[in-house]
Write a protein that binds this ligand. Structure first.
Ligand code: FES
Length: 132
C-alpha cells in the first residue's frame, strides 16, 4: 500500500482517501443521541449525532475538529456502525477502527480513540434519554 506524508506523518492510501472525501460529515437536527468529546492527548474535539430507529442506527453524522487520522477514523467508524443495532455499534473499538483503515501510525492511535469515545458517549446519551 502506498503512503504519503501530511505534516511529517505517513498515512496509507485508505486513510488519505477518507481524509480527502470523508463520509457522513454533518449534523442531525434533534438527534436521538449526541455527544461532544475531546482528546486528552491533543485537545482536539468532535461532535457525534445519532438518529436511531427500531433500535438501529439509521443515520450518524459528525463534526471533527482534528487531524487527518481523526477525520479518517470518523469517516470509517461511522460507515461501520451505520445500520447496526445499538448494542453492535456500542461494541466498536479503536482497534477495529484502525484495522478497518489498514493501520495508523502509532502516535495517531489516540485520534481513533476519540472517535470510539464519541460513539460510545452518543449511544450513552441515547440510552439515558430512552430508558424504558
Ligand atoms: Fe488530535 Fe489527531 S492529533 S485528533
Amino acid at each position: 500500500m502506498r503512503s504519503a506524508g501530511i505534516r511529517g506523518v505517513m498515512y496509507n492510501d485508505k486513510v488519505l482517501e477518507h481524509f480527502k472525501n470523508p463520509h457522513n460529515v454533518g449534523t442531525i437536527e434533534n438527534p436521538d443521541g449526541f455527544a461532544e468529546v475531546g482528546s486528552s492527548e491533543c485537545g482536539d474535539t468532535m461532535k457525534m449525532y445519532l438518529r436511531v430507529k427500531d433500535g438501529r442506527i439509521e443515520d450518524i453524522k459528525y463534526q471533527t475538529y482534528g487531524c487527518c487520522a481523526a477525520i479518517a477514523s470518523s469517516s470509517v467508524a461511522t460507515d461501520m456502525v451505520k445500520g447496526k443495532s445499538i448494542d453492535e455499534a456500542d461494541a466498536i473499538t479503536k482497534t477495529a477502527i484502525v484495522e478497518e483503515l489498514g493501520g495508523l501510525p502509532e502516535k495517531k492511535i489516540h485520534c481513533s480513540l476519540m472517535v470510539e469515545d464519541a460513539i460510545h458517549a452518543a449511544i450513552a446519551d441515547y440510552r439515558s434519554k430512552h430508558k424504558k
